[in-house]
Design a protein around this ligand. Structure first.
Ligand code: ADP
Ligand code: ASP
Ligand code: MG
Length: 414
C-alpha cells in the first residue's frame, strides 16, 4: 500500500463532470488501500479570468492583493472535489495552503516554498481520510497569502511528496506524458516513456509548461519519484529518472519554447567595465529575472546591450531601463515584446559540436532570423520573432529526427 501524492491540473478539474471523474479515480485508489494526498489546480481558465479582473482595475495591481484573488481559484476546486468525494462515500477533507502550513518567502506572484509542516496531513492520513490540498498557494513570512507562480500546483505536489516521503508523485494532466515537444504545436511529437531529470529540468526551464520548473528542481533536490500521466486515459506516462546519464543519450531529446519573451536594448552606453552591472543591477534588485544577454562593442567607445525578460515583467523592466539610460547618457532604449525562444535539449549534445550548425542551418533554410543565441552543455536556445515560432519548432523537430526517434540529417544520432 503506497503513499501517493496525485496532482490534477486545470483541465482535469475543468467541469463538475471532470471533478466527479477525478473523485472516482481517487476513491478507487483509496478503496485499494493507498494513502492519498490530492493536490488540485483552479478550474481551467479560472486563474486567467481572475488575473483579468485585477488588470481590469489596474495593470500594475499590488502583487499581494493579486495573490489573495488568485488563491480563490484553488479554494473552489478543493471544496468541489471534497464534496464529490463525500458523495462517493470516500472520507476526505480539504486544506488551503495555509491550513497545510506551506510557508513561503514573501515574493508575491512567484513565492518559493521554504518549509512545510506535514503534521496536519499526517493526522488526516492517519484518520483514513484523503487530504485534498489547494495547489499554488502558501503563506508568506508576514502571514499574507502568497502564490507560487503560474503552474505552481506542480510544485505544491512535489514539495508535499518530499515532505511526506511519498512513494510517488503523479502529475495528472491533459497529455499522457512528456513529449519530444508540445504535441499541440507538433502533432508528430512522440511521448517519452522516461526522461532524465537533467533534461526535464532544461525543458521546463525553457518553457515546456507540462511541469513547472520549480517542481522539477524540488524533485531533483529530494529525489522525488515523479511521473506525468493523463487524467483521461490509462497508461504509464513519463517517469523522470535520476542517476548517471547513459553514454547512449540521444543527441536531442526534446524541443521547448516560450512565447513569453521580450527583449530590451540600450543603445550607445559607455564601453567600460561595470557598465553591465549598472544596467542589470536595478533589474535584479526589482526581482526581475534576466535570461539571454548580448553586448556588442562598437569600437567608438560605446556599446549596445540587449537582454530578454519574461513578457509579464516587460513593463517594469522597460521603466527601470529608461531610468538607467538617462543616468548613463545612453542614446536610447529599444524594445520588442513579441519575441519567442526556441530551445533544443539533449544530454548527448555536449560532445557533438555539429548540433548548433544543424540547428542554425535548419532555421536559416526556413528564413527565420535568430536575434539572440545562448548555449550550455545540454541546450541551445535562440530568440526569434514570435510569428515564426510554430514553423521553427516543427522544422527543428524534423531536422533532429524526433518524430521517428531516428537519424538526424547528416549526423550520427548517438
Ligand atoms: P495542467 O493544467 O494539467 O497543469 P498545463 O497546461 O500546465 O496542464 O501543462 C500541460 C500542457 O503542457 C500540455 O497540454 C501541452 O500543451 C504542454 N506541453 C508543452 N511542452 C510539452 C511537452 N514537451 N510534453 C507534453 N506537454 C507539453
Ligand atoms: N492555477 C494556477 C495557474 O493557472 C496554478 C496551476 O494551475 O498550477 O497557473
Ligand atoms: Mg500546469
Amino acid at each position: 500500500m503506497a503513499l501517493l501524492v496525485l496532482k490534477f491540473g486545470g483541465t482535469s478539474v475543468g467541469s463538475l463532470e471532470r471533478i466527479e471523474a477525478v473523485a472516482r479515480r481517487v476513491a478507487a485508489l483509496q478503496q485499494a488501500g493507498h494513502r492519498l494526498v490530492v493536490v488540485v489546480s483552479a478550474m481551467s481558465g479560472e486563474t486567467n479570468r481572475l488575473l483579468g479582473l485585477a488588470r481590469g482595475l489596474d495593470l500594475d495591481a499590488p502583487a499581494a492583493e493579486t495573490d489573495v484573488l488568485l488563491a480563490t481559484g484553488e479554494q473552489v476546486t478543493i471544496g468541489l472535489l471534497a464534496i464529490a468525494l463525500a458523495k462517493q462515500g470516500c472520507a476526505a477533507r480539504s486544506f488551503t495552503g495555509e491550513q497545510v502550513c506551506i510557508h513561503t518567502d514573501g515574493h508575491h506572484g512567484k513565492a518559493r516554498i521554504l518549509s512545510i509542516d506535514e503534521l496536519p496531513l499526517q493526522q488526516c492520513l492517519a484518520a483514513g481520510q484523503v487530504a485534498v490540498v489547494a495547489g499554488f498557494q502558501g503563506r508568506g513570512p508576514d502571514g499574507r497569502i502568497t502564490t507560487l507562480g503560474r503552474g505552481g500546483s506542480d510544485t505544491t505536489a512535489v514539495a508535499l511528496s518530499a515532505a511526506l516521503k511519498a512513494d510517488e508523485c503523479q502529475i495528472f494532466t491533459d497529455v499522457d506524458g512528456v513529449y519530444t515537444t508540445d504535441p499541440r504545436i507538433e502533432p508528430k511529437a512522440r511521448r517519452l516513456p522516461r526522461i532524465t531529470f537533467e533534461e526535464m529540468l532544461e525543458l521546463a526551464s525553457l518553457g515546456a509548461k507540462v511541469l513547472q520548473i520549480r517542481s522539477v528542481e524540488f524533485a531533483g533536490k529530494y529525489r522525488v519519484p515523479l511521473r506525468v500521466l493523463s487524467s483521461f486515459d490509462e497508461g504509464e506516462g513519463t517517469l523522470i529518472t535520476y542517476g548517471e546519464p547513459s553514454m547512449e543519450s540521444p543527441l536531442v531529446s526534446g524541443i521547448a519554447f516560450s512565447r513569453q519573451e521580450a527583449s530590451l536594448t540600450i543603445l550607445g552606453v559607455p564601453d567600460r567595465p561595470s557598465v553591465a552591472a549598472q544596467i542589470l543591477g536595478p533589474i535584479s534588485d526589482a526581482n526581475i529575472d534576466v535570461d539571454m544577454i548580448v553586448q556588442n562593442t562598437l569600437g567608438d567607445g560605446t556599446a549596445d546591450f540587449t537582454f530578454t525578460v519574461n513578457r509579464e515583467e516587460f513593463r517594469r523592466a522597460r521603466a527601470l531601463l529608461e531610468q538607467v539610460a538617462d543616468e548613463l547618457g545612453a542614446d536610447c532604449v529599444q524594445c520588442n515584446d513579441s519575441m519567442a525562444k526556441v530551445s533544443i535539449v539533449g544530454l548527448g549534445m555536449w560532445n557533438h559540436p555539429g548540433v548548433a550548425s544543424t540547428m542554425f542551418t535548419c532555421l536559416g533554410r526556413e528564413g527565420i532570423n535568430m536575434q539572440l543565441i545562448s548555449t550550455s552543455e545540454i541546450k541551445i536556445s535562440v530568440a526569434i520573432d514570435e510569428k515564426y515560432l510554430e514553423l521553427a519548432v516543427r522544422a527543428l523537430h524534423d531536422a533532429f529526427g524526433l518524430a521517428q526517434g531516428g537519424d538526424v540529417a547528416g549526423m550520427n544520432n548517438n
